[in-house]
Design a protein. Structure first.
Length: 244
């Protein structure tokens, strides 16, 4: 499990501010946590996070790696809005067993269990990589690469991370065009793998580039691939892969 940084977004304009920036609809906060991403104007992934209402604040829960850059980018968009972005003293507990009081469901998939914001950090020993591989759930720094990835190729629609009816946000035009006017040629898949190789290792087949290797668990791996090339035997370095 990657270490997490939690920010508090406060001020009278906090919902309106985030609504114009992130990939999901902040009106869903009344129903529970919202999973979303911040994109470049060209529609490429910058960071993903969970948003949760906490009284007069919104908690933003993101990976520690890249969190300082995310906070800086959000601050650049603040302009004259009545919004403050500050590190929170809260920490994150996660698990898939019985949920403790105050825990909230992970909005991406029921198999990802619960999230609890409080004084302690950690988890209940769940094998998160195994769950993510089983359910095709990407993670920042592994399958989601800042400045490179597109969220629809990474499965954000399936993971409740994007809304196509909310209106404008940064990168919305490119994302909507990928949804409505093109057929995706690349995407996140699960492959069989014989051995292991570093995350990010290029995958090839018959001398052609197929994609990039991601998280591995139990003889299976996530990979972002060209659909038309991810057939038959493939290689990532000296490691062999094949479709499931």
């Amino acid at each position: 499990m990657s270490a997490r940084q939690i920010f508090e977004i406060s001020g009278a304009d906090r919902v309106h501010f985030l609504q114009g920036l992130v990939s999901n609809d902040l009106r869903k906060l009344t129903q529970g946590p919202v999973y979303a991403a911040l994109l470049t104007p060209q529609g490429k992934f910058l960071a993903d996070f969970f948003l949760t209402e906490a009284g007069e604040k919104i908690l933003l829960d993101t990976a520690v790696e890249g969190s300082d850059d995310l906070a800086r980018r959000l601050a650049l968009y603040r302009l004259r809005a009545d919004v403050a972005i500050t590190p929170s003293p809260l920490r994150l507990m996660r698990g898939t067993g019985p949920a403790p009081a105050g825990a909230l469901p992970d909005p991406r998939h029921p198999a990802m269990g619960w999230r609890l914001y409080g004084p302690e950090a950690g988890d209940d020993g769940t094998d998160w990589d195994a769950i993510r591989v089983e359910h095709l759930i990407p993670e920042a720094g592994a399958e989601l690469i800042a400045g490179e990835s597109y969220i629809l190729e990474a499965g954000f629609e399936r993971l409740n991370g994007v809304d196509f009816r909310k209106g404008c946000y940064v990168g919305q035009e490119v994302t909507a065009r990928m949804k409505h006017k093109t057929e995706l040629k690349k995407g996140l898949v699960r492959l069989r793998i014989d051995g292991t190789a570093p995350i990010g290792t290029p995958i090839s087949a018959d001398g052609r580039e197929v994609g990039t290797l991601g998280t591995q668990s139990g003889g299976r791996a996530l990979a972002l691939v060209r659909f038309d090339r991810a057939v038959g035997d493939m290689q990532a370095g000296a490691t062999r892969l094949a479709p499931e």
